[in-house]
Structure formats: C-alpha cells, structure tokens
Design a protein around this ligand. Structure first.
Ligand code: DCP
Ligand code: MG
Length: 384
C-alpha cells in the first residue's frame, strides 16, 4: 500500500485509493512510496513580504500586492495574485505596473519581516534543532532523528499558518539539493516529495543552471559545449567533467544524478560564512576587485544576519591564475554582521596581496563565529 498522510488533519488515509481524507474529508492528501523514509526538508515561505502585509491588512487579501520600490526601484516580491499578471521579483517597478496597473504597491518593512522570519525559525527549531537557515524565509531541516519526518513537517506547516498567519511550502527528499528543488514545485502551500526512485528522471529535463553552484558563466560555458539539460550530465564520468570544468565537475556529475553529500549545518557546526566568485577574466587590478569585494561583503553580512551569527575575524581568499590558493585572516575588535566592517577589513587584506599577481577567484568569509547577540556593540559603530 502506498504510504499517505493528510496535510490538513495529519491522519493516515485508508488503503483504498480515495481522493479525500477519511477523517476530515480534505482533498490535500500526500501519497508517496518513500513518504516515511525521507528526512531532509527545505521550507520556504510563500511570497514572504507580501504575505506578511496581507496578514496585517485583511483589505489586501484578494488584491494584487507588490512589495518594493524605493531606491532600487524594483520588485522585492509580488503576491501570487500579482504573479498571475506576470509580476516577478527583481522586475523594474514601472514594468510591474504596466503588467498589473491595479496592484497595491507597498514599501518593504524590513524590521517586521525580520521579526516574522525569526518566529518561523523558532517554530522550525521546535521540530528539530537541526535547522540551517538560508535566508530570511527559508531553511533546511534535518529530521533524521525523532521519528518520521513527513508528519512533523505537515504539523509545522499548519503551525506557521495558524500561529504566524502566513504560509510556507515544503520539499521533502533525501538531500538538500533535491529538497530545495522540491519545495519550489508546488508553491504556494506546497508539499512535494522527491524520492530516490524518481530523482534521476525528475532531474533529466531541468536546465543545468538548477544545479547548485552553476552560475551564468558556467551555464554559458556548458552551453558552448552543447550541454543545457541536467540529463546530458547524467552519464558523464566525474573525473572527465573535473578535467574539463575544474573541481565543480565532480559536483556536476553527482548532482546530476541526485547525489548531494552536503550536511544540514546548524549554527553551532558552522565554522565560517562566506561568499566567493570567479572573475570572468583573471585580474590583478584592485580597482576591479574592490567593487567585487564590496558585493561579496554585503552577501556575507546578509548571510550572517540570516543565520543569527556574527564573525570575529575576516578571511580573504584569492586563487591565482595557476590555481594557488592564498588565504589571509584579520581579527576584529568585536564580532560583526556589518558588511562595511567586513569590507574594510577585506580591502586592507587585499592591499597587501595586490602585488601584480593575477587572480581568477576572490572570496571573503567571516570566521570565529559567535551568536549575533554579541555583534556590533552600538557605541563602537557610532564611533565609526
Ligand atoms: N526578495 C527580494 N529581492 C529578490 C528576491 C527576494 O527582496 N530579488 C525578498 C522578498 C521575498 C523574500 O526575499 O519575499 C523571500 O524571497 P523568496 O525568493 O523566497 O520569494 P518569496 O518568498 O517572496 O516568494 P516564493 O513564494 O516564490 O518563495
Ligand atoms: Mg519564499
């Protein structure tokens, strides 16, 4: 019999293939052969900023709502009604309003979203301490301990709706890569399951850019080699791919067939929070590298904030044209989440390394992680 679960009341549906839950008559039944064997989940709130605003103003519930504008003039997010008109995150606001002239546009209220994000995270930590936050509204959960994952996730989604008043979508699988793909499959209010049996076929038609770590540059390079779909990587030898594309070749081979060995990393297990990028062309110019460092510092700041952590040191990572790795570390007077503090430390480190050597990759990390409560004493920041 196919294992099943009701997403509304949590009951186990009867063996007959009925379409509705025998206990509460809900049609929202989950059925999957591996339902009670899978333990890695990805949870992502639906239209997060917009959902919070709708929760707080019932007049907005059935209207198209766009959050954004301000200095950047782009859409941060749009509710699912506005998405029916084609409005998407990162779209210029004027285009969004061309597509959906009746939309209600609101400026983001970040402090409120941060607070709601923390409450969502607290509910996740009630289910398991093994939570790895990825951004303000999403996280991975490792549910390998404490009983079958699926019923606990069904209950979590319900608590987020009942106690916080927004909805989330969940992907359940056997690793992080597939869990994240799954959570995206059935938004909003989704619950998708990707088992071992179907992973390979599921991945086959996807564009290679869906593989974690495959950015625009590598996507273009693969396209030049005639590879656009994940399926085209499925029968390739990992060492061959590594010989052609560098170390990421191993990842291409493994992820293409649904293998991802990354663990769900809880805050206490994490040693650093970092961001890095490969230059389109190798460079020795500080004037080119510094703006890149600025952007990476901002990413690290956001990631620290999302993870509720602060770094007590800054690590600069450079890879030379001949693939030699240089890492340089600077201690900080106090733990920080500030992109500015990280950037200034990184620029000082870079000044010492910019000796005419050409670099192909630059990265920056925050090390010696501590709890965010200890970060950036206000008097120190003000003195800056
Ligand atoms: N965000 C942003 N700019 C972007 C993307 C997102 O400011 N380019 C903000 C607004 C989102 C929030 O981050 O509400 C979470 O991002 P998601 O990508 O999870 O998007 P949503 O939660 O809005 O929608 P979805 O239902 O697709 O997850
Ligand atoms: Mg989201």
């Amino acid at each position: 019999m196919m294992p099943g679960l009701c997403r509304d009341c949590g009951a186990i549906p009867s063996a007959d293939e009925s379409e509705r839950c025998g206990a509460c008559a809900s049609p929202r039944l989950l059925r999957h052969a591996e339902l009670f064997d899978l333990t890695v989940a990805h949870l992502d709130c639906d239209a997060f900023y917009a959902a919070v605003e709708k929760r707080d103003n019932p007049d907005l519930v059935d209207k198209p709502v766009i959050i954004g504008g301000g200095r950047r003039g782009v859409v941060a997010t749009a509710c699912y009604i506005a998405r029916l008109y084609g409005v998407r995150s990162a779209m210029p606001m004027y285009r969004a309003l061309e597509a959906c002239p009746d939309a209600v546009v609101l400026r983001p209220n970040m402090a409120k979203y941060q607070a709601v994000g923390r409450r969502v995270r607290a509910l996740m930590r009630d289910v398991t301490p093994r939570v790895e936050p990825i951004s303000i509204d999403e996280a991975y959960l490792d549910l390998s301990e404490g009983g079958p994952a699926a019923p606990r996730l069904v209950a979590l989604a319900r608590r987020i709706e009942d106690e916080i008043g927004i909805s989330a979508s969940i992907g359940l699988s056997y690793n992080k890569f597939l869990a994240k793909l799954a959570s995206d499959m059935d938004k909003p209010r989704g619950f998708s399951v990707l088992g071992r049996a179907e992973a390979r076929d599921f991945l086959k038609p996807l564009p290679v850019s869906r593989i974690w770590g495959v950015g625009p540059a590598l996507t273009r390079r693969l396209a030049r080699d005639g590879i656009s779909r994940v399926g085209q990587l499925q029968d390739r030898d990992a060492d061959d791919l590594a010989a052609r594309y560098g170390t990421i070749g191993h990842r291409l081979a493994h992820f293409a067939v649904g293998e991802d060995a990354r663990e769900v990393k809880t805050a206490s297990k994490r040693k650093s929070v970092s961001a890095e990028t490969t230059f389109e062309t190798d460079t020795a110019e500080r004037s080119i590298m510094e703006p890149v460092l600025r952007r990476l510092s901002e990413q690290v700041g956001i990631r620290l904030n999302n993870a509720g952590m602060a770094g007590h040191s800054v690590v600069l990572k450079l890879k030379t044209t001949d693939f030699r790795l240089r890492t340089r570390t600077a201690g900080l007077a106090y733990p920080t989440q500030s992109a500015d503090v990280i950037y200034r430390a990184a620029v000082a480190l870079l000044a010492r390394e910019a000796d005419g050597t050409r670099f192909r990759l630059i990265g920056i990390g925050a090390g010696r992680l501590t709890d965010a409560a200890l970060a950036d004493p206000p008097d120190l920041l003000e003195r800056d």
